[in-house]
Design a protein around this ligand. Structure first.
Ligand code: SF4
Length: 110
């Protein structure tokens, strides 16, 4: 005995709904989609931060390579707003200060 089209379409719907819910759980739980507020703050003592000369306040970096006005918020690797903290592609899973700076600073295009 074959299933009626109505039962088949319900089965297909349930399969898609289950797959969609599982995908949503994976995306929400992924660090890539974590909000900046949820990310632990990068510290200047972090080994990678030290290696890249990261400072919380770029205006007082003391680094000869720092150019006036360069801060995380105008760096292409930064994903946050102009104030507070935000994610940086070079420090996944951590947040950097919008006013911070490091040797890898690359001005945003446009
Ligand atoms: S790469 Fe850019 S956003 Fe990341 S810490 Fe360095 S200056 Fe800030």
């Amino acid at each position: 005995m074959s299933n009626t089209p109505d039962i088949e379409s319900r089965r297909r719907f349930l399969k898609w709904a289950t797959a969609g819910a599982a995908t949503a759980v994976l995306l929400v739980g992924s660090p890539r989609f974590a909000r900046a507020d949820d990310l632990p703050a990068l510290t200047e003592t972090d080994p990678t931060a030290k290696a890249l000369g990261y400072v919380e306040n770029g205006s007082v970096s003391g680094n000869a390579k720092h150019k006036a006005g360069d801060v995380c918020s105008n760096c292409q690797f930064y994903g946050g707003g102009s104030t507070g903290r935000g994610p940086c592609q070079l420090f996944p899973g951590k947040s950097v200060n919008a006013r911070g700076w490091c040797l890898s600073h690359t001005p945003k295009k446009g």
